[in-house]
Design a binder for this molecule. Sequence first.
Ligand SMILES: N[C@@H](CCC(=O)N[C@@H](CS)C(=O)NCC(=O)O)C(=O)O
Length: 272
Amino acid sequence: MTLELYNFSQSTCSLKVRLQLAEKNIDWIDKRLVSSDNEHLSDWYLKLNPNGVVPLLMHNGKPIYESAAILEYLEDKFTEKKFRPVDPYLCSQLRAWLIFVDVWPAPAIRTPSFHFGGLLEKFKKMSDEKFNELKEKRPLKKEFYNSFDKNLGFSEKDLFTSFSILDRTFVRMEYLLREFGGPWLMGKDYTIGDMAILPTIDRIEDLGLDDLWNERFEGVKQWLQKAQARPATKVAFYENSRLSEQFPKLNLGKGANSAIVKKYLETEAFSK
Ligand SMILES: N[C@@H](CCC(=O)N[C@@H](CS)C(=O)NCC(=O)O)C(=O)O
């Protein structure tokens, strides 16, 4: 059996699957791509994943894409260590959460990631022609790449919209922690529900936006510390998985962007 994962080191969607592979202690082959090389937009890759994104899992030559579908697939196929509740009700709640993650925080985190996380540094060096050519090649992301200025990033309004969606995610996490009794989102057992959101919450901290929860969402803060301390988390977040490591000159990390969070928290929009 061969299990190959096409992934980017820093990709939050790829990290979801790397976390699960590490937790399950499954051997896999690291087909690491570099986002700025754009191999994920080449013809051979688009034949395997028509969405033109990572992660892509190849299992015995068959392509599986969409990180949430991969998480479920690996739970179905590798059952020795389980990270999905057996109880159908709890499982329905887990799936509702996986959908929530894909619809709300997963797209929302892209805005601050691109704006603060060094990705603009790469685009600034690229000509407008090249940027537009690559945009046209993206099967699903053309509109997203149209929504920001490749040299300046996003507007403050866009950033605040993203913060507000992330805020709602923290509210939902606090609810799950209360509803199922913690310490994990689905209760006493760590599940793919935790793995699905961990890379996004870690990214928020890495971008220095952790004041979004400091003194506001104690449950999220505690949950993050506990999840980061798991041995498998350390394996999945191998060296250079974090943007602060890839772009040391940007001085990212805890608290680095607290000024904009302060402004966001003070805005009228937020207080309503
Ligand atoms: N819904 C997809 C989203 C995948 C996705 O957006 N991946 C990003 C990295 S986290 C990507 O490949 N981006 C490539 C690009 O922007 O060209 C999933 O969860 O697998």
